[in-house]
Design a protein around this ligand. Structure first.
Ligand code: HEC
Length: 94
């Protein structure tokens, strides 16, 4: 492939990624139900001294916890679960 074509292909690919669909909280809930109750329940999201107070730090923790189980989630999965947790427990808004 010629370098210019490669660059064009890469750009197209990046644009597609940026234009991702909005997060899907229902899909996030399903993932949470399936994978996230082995070590803790919902109480860690609702306890008074919970640790995460921004959406992005919450997403980082979701990422850590899925890595701890080697679930190999896509960024989209992490986003969907973060969306669900935010809607239901943390109320960070959009
Ligand atoms: C291997 C065990 C384990 C699994 C499985 C696990 N977690 Fe965790 N999680 C932890 C531990 C340990 C903490 C820290 C608890 C504490 O601080 O008391 C934690 C805390 C959290 C917190 C922080 C709550 C807060 O605000 O203080 C979030 C959010 C979270 N987990 C999300 C998830 C999600 C989403 C999944 C499913 C992918 C998941 N966890 C599965 C071990 C796990």
């Amino acid at each position: 492939m010629k370098p210019l074509r490669l660059v064009t292909a890469l750009l197209a690919c990046m644009l597609t990624t940026v234009r991702a669909d909005p997060p899907d909280a229902a899909a996030g809930r399903q993932l949470l139900d399936e994978h996230c109750y082995a070590c803790h329940g919902d109480e860690v999201y609702t306890r008074p001294d919970r640790r995460f107070n921004t959406r992005s730090s919450l997403a980082t923790q979701v990422q850590r916890c899925q890595l701890a189980q080697n679930l190999q989630w896509f960024d989209e999965d992490v986003e969907n679960v973060t969306e669900y947790l935010s809607d239901r427990f943390y109320h960070f808004g959009k």
